[in-house]
Ligand binder design. Structure first.
Ligand code: DQA
Length: 148
């Protein structure tokens, strides 16, 4: 059974981007943590990052099909700034029925008001916000916990 670890714009800069906000771990570190956590639960993590909305949508559609075919449990998704702007990501998740746990490394509600609204949250199974990169690990564990 697969689990998609999906990261949106600028998350490739983790480790060097505003480390006081996002921490010292690189995206490779996050991916390694996710692969390890998933495999300890009998899941195969497929890690993908893109700075392009359309590529994220294509991946969501592909995993919607894998989910329908019983081959994927869902996606852990940090949409980056697209969280706050993208009706298209909302529609993609809703349209293909992929279960998503939305993750934000920082506490977006303690930041600028333009980060307080998420287009993804209404179509997510749940959200994990402000727990640093541990949020990815907790989201993977959360998928398994709620599917049992
Ligand atoms: C983020 C929060 C977003 O507001 C921001 O645009 C990001 C990262 C987070 O993980 O805290 O790129 O999604």
């Amino acid at each position: 059974m697969k689990i998609l670890i999906l990261n949106g714009p600028n998350l490739n800069l983790l480790g060097t981007r505003e480390p006081e906000m996002y921490g010292a771990a690189s995206l490779d570190d996050v991916h390694a943590l996710c692969v390890k956590t998933a495999s300890s639960l009998g899941l195969e993590a497929d890690c993908f990052q893109s700075n392009h909305e359309g590529e994220l949508i294509d991946k969501i559609h592909a995993y919607g099909k894998l989910h329908r075919d019983g081959l994927a449990i869902g996606a852990v998704f940090n949409p980056g700034a697209l969280t706050h702007t993208s009706v298209a990501l909302h529609d993609a998740i809703k349209g293909c029925g992929l279960p998503v746990i939305e993750v934000h490394i920082s506490n977006v509600h303690a930041r600028e008001s333009f980060r307080h609204h998420s287009f993804v949250s209404p179509v997510a199974k749940g959200t994990i916000i402000g727990l640093g990169v541990h949020g990815y690990e907790l989201a993977i564990k959360g998928f398994v916990a709620v599917s049992q």
